[in-house]
Design a binder for this molecule. Structure first.
Ligand code: ARG
Ligand code: ZN
Length: 468
């Protein structure tokens, strides 16, 4: 779901209305092409695809943790953005048994992470179509380019599912790029006694013949790296946020329930506080998935329902909540702009700390600024850190420092407006670092090129900021 595609659809409609009887729009698009197998991100060239735009993923997943057996069906509703002879979906490791396009069997090949589909008839530019994929296999423990576990991570009691940056293709056929947001429906069946938690809001689970089926609807368009369908021995609790926002928490039964409940109980007040600083919470539900992995300390801002590998600290809960505005709603077009996610989420931790009687952002800045100039910390520029440094400490901490440097430079009032207006951007129009600079320049009336260059793009320690 892309704004560009929406505009194209609107234009297409008006052209047809205005020029009824003239050459149909699709015929102007030229002969059908093979959709690209890459999405154009320099860090992850194989992730994402070209030639279509997904509106909705309908995922039926049948999973048995003990055997790691996954049997699945995906119905993907998309619109062709070019005439297509064939197109590609990202899907790794699992086996595809059949593919249909609009219910008609389609030819397909599946290798090196790409499922290439050739429909019986080429798709016309602008046509909406549904791809049905039957697939499955034995799940494993996928690793990202740095060797960290991600994607569908199998454990004996369930799977911990966290896809950032391009791990969604470890469990469903996907246009795995953050610029193609879509809504999701999940139907997940698991052995009775296991729970399945996804994004959005749950339906009533049903149990038959020793298996329980869980349904979840995620109506807020989301990037594929933010999808989850985690399974485990979870206990579910409900809470309510500001304005009646439904909160659903899932906590692994083996964890200290009181400790988990205590930190999750801060969520409603945190949402209220961040709404007062950033503007309205952007989605229709919230909550947490708290697992009991062997390696606690991992967290991901899966949309509406962050996932934690152990009972999180309050600061981490604040971080993942802030990502709902910064990253999930306002989403970078390219992975090199990852600091727009992590710098803002880290800055939000600083704001929450101050709000609860801790140090001020300036004190946090000063502490981090004490890192000596010859420390390797300063060698990683937060904007364009390089794919292996996507989650480097500099992306988080120097990113947050860059925001404090901006605040010092333009003043508290202008900075407060920048935070609000940045959070208010359209969720289907991906952003770049320069969009933030332009917004801050417009609000402050200052030229901020040098500041952004020094703090975000230079592999050296910047000078301390000075008020203009
Ligand atoms: N975006 C996540 C967070 O900071 C971090 C994901 C880290 N991933 C990794 N492979 N280290 O909330
Ligand atoms: Zn983060």
């Amino acid at each position: 779901m892309r704004l560009r595609a929406r505009i194209a659809t609107l234009l297409g409609t008006s052209v047809l209305v205005l020029a009824a009887g003239a050459v149909p729009v699709a015929a102007q698009a030229g002969p059908p092409v093979e959709g690209s197998t890459g999405g154009g991100d320099p860090y992850f060239p194989a992730a994402g695809n070209g030639g279509y735009d997904v509106a909705h993923y309908d995922l039926d997943l049948s999973y048995t943790p003990q055997t790691r057996a996954l049997t699945a069906h995906a119905d993907i509703t998309a619109t062709a953005t070019a005439g297509l002879r064939s197109f590609s979906l990202d899907l790794r490791a699992l086996e595809v048994t059949s593919v249909t396009v609009d219910g008609t069997p389609a030819a397909h090949t599946h290798g090196s992470g790409e499922l290439v589909v050739t429909p019986a008839e080429p798709l016309e530019s602008g046509a909406e179509f549904v791809v049905g994929v039957d697939y499955g296999g034995t799940t494993g423990r996928p690793e990202d380019a740095t060797g960290a576990l991600y994607g569908w991570v199998s454990f004996d009691d369930g799977a911990f599912v966290a896809n950032e940056p391009e791990g969604a293709s470890t469990w469903f056929p996907v246009n795995d790029t953050p610029v193609d947001k879509a809504t999701y429906s999940f139907e997940i069946d698991v052995p009775e006694g296991t729970a399945a938690i996804a994004n959005g809001l749950p339906g009533e689970p049903t149990t038959a013949e020793g298996r329980t089926t869980y349904t979840w609807e995620a109506d807020d368009p989301q990037a594929s790296y933010l999808a989850t369908a985690s399974t485990g021995d979870y206990l579910l609790t409900e809470d309510t946020g500001p304005g009646g926002l439904p909160i659903v928490n899932a906590v692994d039964a083996d964890l200290d329930q009181a400790a988990a409940a205590a930190v999750l109980a801060t969520q409603p007040a945190m949402i209220e506080y961040f709404e007062s600083v950033f503007g309205p919470y952007p989605f229709g539900s919230y909550g947490a998935i708290v697992d009991d992995d062997e390696e606690p300390g991992y967290a991901l801002e899966t949309q509406t329902r962050p996932i934690y590998s152990g009972v999180p600290t309050e600061s981490t809960v604040a971080h993942e909540l802030a990502h709902q505005w910064f990253g999930n709603k306002v989403t970078p077009a390219l992975w090199e702009d990852i600091w727009l996610n992590e710098g803002f989420a880290t800055y939000a931790e600083w704001l929450w700390a101050q709000n609860t009687g801790g140090p001020t952002p300036q004190q946090q800045f000063d502490e981090a600024f004490a890192v000596p100039a010859d420390d390797p910390f300063w060698t990683v520029p937060p904007a364009d850190p390089g794919a292996p440094n996507l989650f480097d400490a500099a992306v988080y901490n120097r990113g947050a420092m860059a925001l404090q440097a901006l605040r010092v430079t333009i003043g508290d009032d202008a900075f407060a407006q920048v935070l609000r207006q940045w959070a208010d951007r359209d969720e289907l129009t991906p952003v770049r670092t320069d969009d933030l600079r332009e917004l801050a320049e417009e609000i402050s009336g200052q030229d901020l090129e040098a500041l952004f260059q020094a703090w975000l793009r230079t592999p050296a320690k910047p000078a301390a900021p000075t008020p203009a």
